[in-house]
Design a protein around this ligand. Structure first.
Ligand code: PBG
Length: 321
């Protein structure tokens, strides 16, 4: 009788390893984030996010056709307006950059599931996620604008809206306005568990949304907290969130796993810009292998409990798989 277990039996060949694998990454799991800018014929690479671009609407349409061909199923759109102002008006204008992009996407019969990010930081001169009053963000005023923004997105053709602002009560405000306007079947993916993270730095270049003063700690979660995260997730689900998101992903795998254990709604995880940039930069230096590291990272996020993963690696993944 052996006195120890032989785990190597099930690691012996690729076939047996494939047969017993518990978690497998597929293109069905990923959502590809994209940045839309004003103008024509614009395809501008984001310096801190190699292989990611800002697209004008005409170029976005071309990109989306390619993405669809590659087998990606869903995208998340961020808009950078022509003009920012104090009230972030492009964010909820029918002629806003995202609303225009959505109409163009529908016109072109693109068969992708289109999700829109709902937030004000790209649209306000302050770079803050809402309307400023007395040096801080006015929560209740802001959620009215966010609701209006979500409604105009859905009216223009968005399949799902994803509020990322972290104001209190915004999921309810959005659910109410969508329902009142007959969009009872449009889901909300809430950035319910969004940490005040330093991993968003490259994104703020991409979306031109860095705060002009202060930080986002008055509304985003403190990285040390998980009980508070559970409370916020619970509140968002009660307010009507169909999917809840944890963001960032890599440094918060424990949080993803806790959410998975606690709630039965689908859990999304955002593999954010800083996580992407770290892999890209070290691969460029020849220090790691981009493909295997990126795939291992995404697999880890899924294994932790994420059903959906928002990642800038989506297009590469489509080629790798
Ligand atoms: C806010 C928003 C941010 C990200 C997604 N939505 C930035 C922020 O909160 O400052 C970050 C995404 C990333 O880093 O990839 N509209």
């Amino acid at each position: 009788m052996e006195t120890f277990k032989r785990f190597r039996r099930l690691k012996k060949s690729p076939i047996i390893r494939d047969l017993i694998r518990e978690t497998v990454l597929t293109l069905d799991d990923v959502i590809y984030p994209l940045f839309v800018v004003p103008g024509k014929k614009v395809k501008r690479e984001i310096p801190s996010m190699p292989d990611c671009y800002q697209f004008s609407i005409d170029m976005l349409i071309r990109e989306l056709k390619e993405i669809e061909q590659l087998g990606i199923k869903a995208v998340l759109l961020f808009g950078i307006p022509e003009k920012k102002d104090e009230l972030g008006s492009d964010c909820y204008s029918e002629k806003g950059i995202i609303q225009k992009a959505l109409r163009e996407i529908k016109k072109n019969n693109i068969n992708l599931y289109v999700i829109t990010d709902v937030c004000m930081c790209e649209y306000t001169t302050s770079g803050h996620c809402g309307i400023i009053k007395d040096g801080g963000i006015d929560n209740d005023k802001t959620i009215e604008f966010l609701a209006k923004s979500a409604l105009t997105h859905v009216q223009a053709g968005a399949d799902m809206v994803a509020p990322s602002d972290m104001m209190d009560g915004r999921v309810k405000a959005i659910r109410d306005i969508l329902d009142e306007n007959g969009f009872v079947e449009t889901p909300i993916m809430s950035y319910a568990i969004k940490y005040a993270s330093s991993f968003y730095a490259p994104f703020r270049d991409a979306a031109e949304s860095a705060p002009q003063f202060g930080d986002r700690k008055s509304h985003q979660l403190d990285p040390g907290n998980v009980r508070q995260a559970l409370l916020e997730a619970e509140a968002d689900i009660q307010e009507g969130a169909d999917i809840i998101m944890v963001k960032p992903a890599m440094a918060y795998l424990d949080v993803i796993s806790k959410m998975r254990g606690k709630f039965n709604v689908p859990i999304a995880a955002y593999n954010v810009s800083g996580e992407y940039a770290m892999v890209k930069a070290s691969a460029k230096n020849g220090w790691i292998d981009e493909k295997s590291v990126a795939m291992e990272m995404l697999l880890g996020i899924k294994r932790a409990g994420a059903d959906l993963i928002l990642t800038y690696f989506a297009k590469s993944l489509a080629k790798w798989l």
